[in-house]
Write a protein that binds this ligand. Sequence first.
Ligand code: AVJ
Ligand code: FE
Length: 440
Amino acid sequence: LHDPGREAVRARVAAALTRSRARSTALTDAVDDDDLVRQHSKLMSPLVWDLAHIGNQEELWLVRDVGGREPVREDIDNLYDAFQHSRASRPGLPLLSPAEARGYVRQVREKVFDVLDRSPLEGRRLLQDGFAFGMIVQHEQQHAETMLATHQLRLGAPVLHAPEPPRAVVPLPEREVLVPGGEFTMGTSTDPWALDNERPAVGVHVDAFFIDTVPVSNGEYLAFLDAGGYDDERWWSAAGWAHRQKAGLVAPRFWERAEDGWYRTRFGVREPVPVDEPVVHVCFHEAQAYAAWAGKRLPTEPEWEKAARFDPATGRSRRFPWGDEEPTAEHANLGQRHLRPAPVGAYAAGASPLGVRQLMGDVWEWCDSDFHPYPGFAAFPYREYSEVFFGGDYKMLRGGSFGTDADAVRGTFRNWDHPIRRQIFSGFRLARDAAPHEVR
Ligand code: AVJ
Ligand code: FE
C-alpha cells in the first residue's frame, strides 16, 4: 500500500477530484436556486440535475462498485440515469432540491476519499492506475462543460467572470501545412485514463493532405455570410440544406445582426463579434458548408489525430501536439480559465511538430467522420459510455474547447454530437487533399 508509484496515483486522483468539484461548485453556486432548477433550454438539463447526476455516477462507480459499500441513495438511481429521461423531461421529475443535491454530492465525496485511502489501486483492471477514479473525474469535468453550455444559454445578467485569454499572436509561418502520407498510430493502449473508445492503439494509413495551421476565424466566417453562403444550396449537403431551411439558420448561434454589424452574446455579455477569434457555436452542417464555399473540406478524424499527434522525426504519436507533458497555461486554452477562445495564432508553444496550432483547447473541431469503434474495441467498463452511440447518428469533435478541463481531453480523446448541435463550444478547421505534385 505504500508503493511510491501508487501513492503518486493516489495524490493525483485526490487533486483531480478536488479540482473537478471546485468547478462544479463554482458553476452551480454562481446562480440562485430558481435558476438551478429552471430549464434554460430544451437541449439542456437543469443545472441541479447535472450536479446530482455527477454525485450519482460517483456513488455507482466509486462507492458501490470500487468501494463495495452500501448504497447512499439507491432510491434516486432512476432519476439520474441519463437513459431513462430525456433532457427536456428532467425539470418535471421529483429531483433533489439544490440543498439536497449539494448535501448528497458532499456525502458521496466523503465516502469516496475513504475508498481512495483504502484502495490497493491494483488487481482489478478498473483499479489500475486509478482508472475508475480517473473516469469519474473526467465524467464530472464533462458535465462541467455541459453546465458551462447551459450558462451560455441562460438569459440574464452575467454571473461568470474570468480573465481575458492571451492576445499575443506569434505570426504564423504558413497558413496550411502538408501532413505526410503513410501509417501512424491512432488511439492508445497505454494512456492510463484513456476511455474505451480511444483504445486500442491501431496503425492507420492516411494519404498526404494539407491542414490549416489555425481554426477558421469569425472574420473568415463573416465573409461566408456576406457572400450569401447561408442562402446558396450549392455549399450544403442535402441533410445540411434541409436542416438550414427547417431551423432557419442565418449565422452562428448567439449571433445577431445590428445596424453597425454583427454582435454576439457570450455568458450574458453582448459584444461585437471579434473577427480574430475562432468561430464557435456552429453545427457540423455549417462547418461543412463553409468548407465547401472555401474550396476545402473538413478533416476526417484520422487526419485530425495525425495532424495533432504524429511526430515525423520519430514516427511516434505524441499524447499532445507539443509532446507527452500535461497541458499548461502556455500550451492551450483549456479548463475554463478564460470564457472565450483566444485569437487564431495564439499558443505557439502548443503547436504540433508540423506547426499546427490550437488543436487542443479554444474550440472543439468538427471532423467529417461518424462515430465508430477502432478494431479491437471492447466496451469498458460500461456499454453506455460509447458503444450505444456507435453508428451514423453522430459526428466527431476533437481537441477540447476553452470549457474542457485538461483531465478530460488528450490527443486521442474522442467527442461526438449530433451534426445539428451548436450550443456546444464547436468550431472547425479546414483540410484539403494534396495533389500529386504537392507531395514531396
Ligand atoms: C462524451 C460529451 C458526448 O456529455 O453526452 C457524460 C459525456 N457521458 N455523461 C455527453 C458523458 C455520460 C458525453 N460526451
Ligand atoms: Fe453523465
